[in-house]
Design a protein around this ligand. Structure first.
Ligand code: HEM
Ligand code: NAG
Length: 344
């Protein structure tokens, strides 16, 4: 190499090295800036002291009118926080160019998005432009859990809203209904949630419903021999067609015993081979998770303790804080539609 070219080459290499190493370019979303307190308890105490009360009141009012809103708030915290970060990207509508997270197959059955806007509007009336949709999503889950008879879990706030939502990333983060326990444990483990934490979180399947599209492969062409024979007639009655129209409204309740209550009956059901999804069934039979399933089936206290711990970790997964992201005016659309694809 001629000395001149060589110099140019070295300069290029070191310039790229600087580019890669400089904190300004290194995964900037994951770093907390100076003066950014991150997540804290009662983040809005100066800027919108009534925020948490307004959310609580709205969650209660909505629960009175539509009990299933609480199921949605609980499911939302999983679908938002487990996909990269808690940034309310789950709530964004698709744009002309990008399909959003809620449109994917993994998001099938998510509902009540318009009532998140009801909560947001109530908060906006009091303090416009202050409280993020990401915090509303997390706090509504906290209060929804209480409506369902679950524990009160103190949670931090200060999350900001992401500007983009991309369908493609969902599959990478969210386990599927038939995923192996190893893979489920890995995915939650990456967020810092351990095995008892995972077992406790799946206890959310003690409420709500599962549509037949996610169940027919356990019923047709032949019935999964792992299913409890006493549970089969009910499932067949609820899902009478082997190929339900994907838009079908047919579903089975997750917990026939106490379908509206977040309790440890889920663990007794899955030990009894009445778990609906393959993951639910596997949870009670894998040797890594079974001991915790048994313990939670026996003790509601233990279930609630582990559930609270795991929800807390989930709710703090990689948030945007400080000046990152934005405070959306409306939860289903970003304030400014960015063209830069790297923006979160
Ligand atoms: C391995 C992990 C998980 C998988 C594969 C999974 C999958 C599913 C599926 C397929 C449904 C049925 C949706 C429908 O047909 O409408 C469902 C419902 C539900 N899931 Fe999960 N889930 C998982 C973890 C969680 C977690 C961690 C939570 C919350 C902490 C959660 C909360 C719920 C709730 C509340 C429902 C009922 C929703 C309703 O009735 O509207 N799930 N889940
Ligand atoms: C899981 O179910 C989906 C359909 O919901 C199917 O496409 C996929 O092949 C299944 N995966 C496994 C490992 O069985």
């Amino acid at each position: 190499m001629a000395p001149k070219t060589c110099f140019f080459f070295l300069a290029l290499v070191s310039f790229s090295a600087v580019l890669c190493l400089s904190p300004a370019f290194a995964k900037e979303d994951d770093e907390q800036e100076k003066g950014d307190p991150g997540l804290v308890m009662n983040y809005y105490k100066e800027t919108c002291p009534q925020a948490e009360d307004i959310i609580k009141e709205q969650v209660k009012l909505l629960y009175k009118r539509h009990k299933n809103t609480a199921f949605s708030w609980l499911r939302n915290i999983f679908h938002d926080c487990a996909v990269q970060r808690c940034d309310a990207s789950l709530l964004l509508d698709s744009t002309r160019r990008t399909l959003s997270e809620k449109e994917t197959d993994r998001s099938f059955g998510l509902r009540n998005f318009r009532y998140i806007e009801t909560i947001k509007e109530a908060v906006e009336r009091e303090c416009p432009g202050v409280v993020s949709c990401a915090d509303i999503l997390v706090l509504s889950a906290r209060d929804g859990i209480v409506s369902l008879g679950g524990p009160y879990i103190p949670l931090k706030t200060g999350r900001r809203d992401g500007r983009r939502s991309r369908a493609e990333v969902v599959e990478q983060y969210l386990p599927d209904h038939n995923e192996s326990i190893s893979s489920v444990l890995d995915k939650f483990g990456a967020m810092g949630i351990d095995t008892p934490g995972v077992v406790a979180l799946l206890g959310a399947h003690s409420v709500g419903r599962t549509h037949c599209v996610k169940l027919v492969h356990r019923l047709y062409p032949e019935v999964d021999p792992a299913l409890n024979p006493d549970h089969i007639p009910h499932m067949l009655k609820k899902c009478p067609d082997s190929i339900p129209d994907p838009k079908a409204v047919q579903y089975v309740r997750n917990d026939r015993g106490t379908p509206m209550v977040l309790d440890n009956n889920y663990y007794r059901n899955i030990l009894d081979n009445k778990g609906l999804l393959i993951v639910d069934h596997q949870l009670a039979h894998d040797k890594r998770t079974k001991p915790f399933v048994k313990k939670m089936a026996k003790s509601q206290d233990y279930f609630f303790r582990e559930f609270s711990r795991a929800i807390t970790i989930l709710s703090e997964n990689n948030p945007l804080t400080g000046t990152k992201g934005e405070i959306r005016k409306q939860c289903n659309v970003a304030n400014k539609l960015r063209t830069n694809n790297d923006e979160p």
